[in-house]
Design a protein around this ligand. Structure first.
Ligand SMILES: NC(=O)C1=CN([C@@H]2O[C@H](COP(=O)(O)OP(=O)(O)OC[C@H]3O[C@@H](n4cnc5c(N)ncnc54)[C@H](OP(=O)(O)O)[C@@H]3O)[C@@H](O)[C@H]2O)C=CC1
Ligand SMILES: O=C(O)CCC(=O)C(=O)O
Length: 488
């Protein structure tokens, strides 16, 4: 049986069974590019469903953790193969459900395949070290054990990559999972879980519960039998989850917002800097936590940079991401569109100068989607809302600076610290930037977005809970260390 029926109703996946929610309620997942396009109906689950999923995960965990790492890896290799075979179909679902363009969606699904293979291999890598003891006759070593049942709460902006970069390491290290995706992209989530099911993953190892964050997500944070929570999303929700997790002694990991700067110095390759600003700021309609939103440009090159940026933005094609040649799709939801438009309004009210964009696109076929123009402001002062808060839309704030030092100080003047980029040829300034920028992801002569699956990913300050995801860093969250002392 698969997640979807002929009527395109996608079910929860609990204890290896596709199961309708106990509430019997569903809601449509609509395409943000065309609200008449219903991608599928998804479950509005209740607490009873969550409890069943947690129970299944709890039952499966002692058996799953006893399998060897390489054996667990075999399931992930098989899941990667299934996902790869279904790449085109799942990418199309991503584009329909979330709005990013088809090439971006295909890239993301391929990334999901690669992440599964990476963590499949992780099942064969070392999980401890031997440490010299002061007792010459003893053996002292560390080993790692799983945490138990892990709750995975994910957003809609990377509906394949983010769930996989949380679920794959969770299970390779012997945990079992209860997965609550964003309701906006729950069909995509069901298809990912179908791939795990088709790979033969034992019942209960991964369980999917669709439903409202305020109901299911909230109850996960409070659930006594969920031992750890990994979350990506907004700061407000992240902080609530952290407080609930701390209150009951559960481990938590949060990946949240960004207000990511790019600094363009006078010796920069201007064309490359313009392309990086556009790609980093506007791809995926600016809906990446690593998206560029503040652009600091040295005064000597400010005008030519601005001219080229505006000229290039004019060339961008906006439309339904399924269509050939479209560069930028819609915002992912009506709520997101309204948020973006309200920030644009705020920018104008607070006195920033609108250089381009700023409007909802609603004529012709745009009328049935959540489209907004790519938008650039200048004369943005550091205390304006658009310079301080995460917008999560295609909005750039251009800020003229006199010196590198001024740019660096302003770039750091934010509660966030996820990613940051600089364009310069000056090695000294690159090195100072690497040392002094307050960001977890530091990019030199490259755009601010772009995460490689084999490298640690996470932010400083309020962008994360100070832990790292992906690469080998994932082992730190998904396992606990045991220090073992052996004497004959
Ligand atoms: N860092 C990032 O990558 C992301 C950042 N954001 C930021 O957040 C803003 C709002 O986006 P939004 O989608 O509302 O983000 P949320 O933080 O609300 O959603 C992220 C996930 O958390 C769930 N959730 C919502 N409320 C709770 C809760 N009380 N307890 C536990 N889980 C909950 C959501 O469920 P559901 O949606 O199903 O209700 C979703 O699965 C964006 O404008 C952007 O600034 C958003 C997405 C990703
Ligand atoms: O930049 C990327 O590739 C990843 C971004 C990300 O993790 C996010 O937006 O949540």
């Amino acid at each position: 049986m698969t997640a979807g029926t002929a009527r395109q109703t996608y079910l929860n996946y609990i204890n290896g069974q596709w199961t309708p929610s106990s509430t019997s309620q569903t809601e449509p997942s609509i395409s943000p590019a065309n609200t008449y396009d219903i991608v599928g109906y998804v479950q509005q689950s209740g607490i009873e469903d969550l409890n069943a999923a947690v129970e299944a995960a709890g039952r499966a965990q002692p058996v799953w953790r006893k399998l060897s790492g390489p054996k667990r890896g075999e399931y992930l290799f098989r899941a990667a193969d299934v996902l790869e075979q279904r790449l085109d179909e799942i990418a199309e679902t991503v584009t329909r459900e979330m709005g990013k363009t088809l090439p971006e969606a295909k890239g993301e699904v391929q990334r999901g395949v690669n992440i599964l293979r990476y963590y499949a291999g992780e099942g064969m890598r070392s999980i401890g070290e031997v440490i010299p003891s002061t007792d010459s006759e003893a053996l002292m070593l560390t080993t790692r054990v799983p945490l138990g049942v892990v709750g995975v709460i994910t957003p809609w902006n990377f509906p394949v990559a983010i769930p996989i970069w949380k679920i794959a390491p969770a299970i390779i290290y012997g945990n079992t999972v209860v997965f609550k995706p964003a309701q906006e992209t729950a069909v995509t989530a069901a298809k990912i879980v179908e791939c795990l099911d088709e790979a033969g993953l034992p019942a209960g190892v991964v369980n999917l519960v669709m439903g409202k964050g305020s109901v299911i997500g909230n109850a996960m944070a409070e659930h006594p039998y969920i031992h750890a929570i990994t979350f990506t999303g907004s700061n407000d929700v992240g902080k609530m989850i952290a407080q609930k997790a701390v209150a009951r002694g559960a481990k938590y990991q949060l990946e949240m917002g960004g207000k990511n700067p790019i600094i363009v110095l006078e010796d920069a390759d201007l064309d490359r800097a313009v392309e990086a600003t556009i790609s980093g700021g506007l791809r995926s309609t600016g809906q990446k936590c690593t998206a560029t939103s503040r652009v600091f440009v040295q005064s000597a090159i400010y005008e030519p940079f601005k001219r080229r940026l505006l000229a290039r933005i004019k060339e961008l094609t906006i439309g339904n991401g399924l269509a050939d040649g479209v560069w930028m799709g819609p915002c992912a939801s009506q709520k997101q569109l309204e948020t973006v438009l309200s920030y644009i309004e705020k920018g104008i009210e607070e006195g920033a100068t609108l250089l381009c964009g700023g409007r909802r696109l609603d004529d012709g076929e745009f009328g049935t989607g959540f489209y907004v123009e790519p938008t650039v402001f200048e004369n943005v002062s550091p205390n304006m809302t658009i310079a301080r808060e995460e917008i999560f839309g295609p909005v750039l704030a251009l800020i003229k600076v006199e010196t590198f030092e001024e740019a660096l100080a302003l770039a750091n003047d934010t509660p966030f610290g996820l990613s940051a980029s600089i364009f310069t040829q000056n090695i000294g300034k690159m090195l100072t930037f690497i040392q002094d920028i307050e960001a977890g992801l530091v990019r030199i002569n490259e755009e601010s977005a772009g995460v490689e699956l084999q490298a640690p990913f996470g932010g400083m300050k309020q962008s994360s809970s100070h832990s790292r995801e992906q690469g080998r860093a994932a082992i730190e969250f998904f396992t606990a260390i045991k220090t073992v002392f052996v004497k004959g």
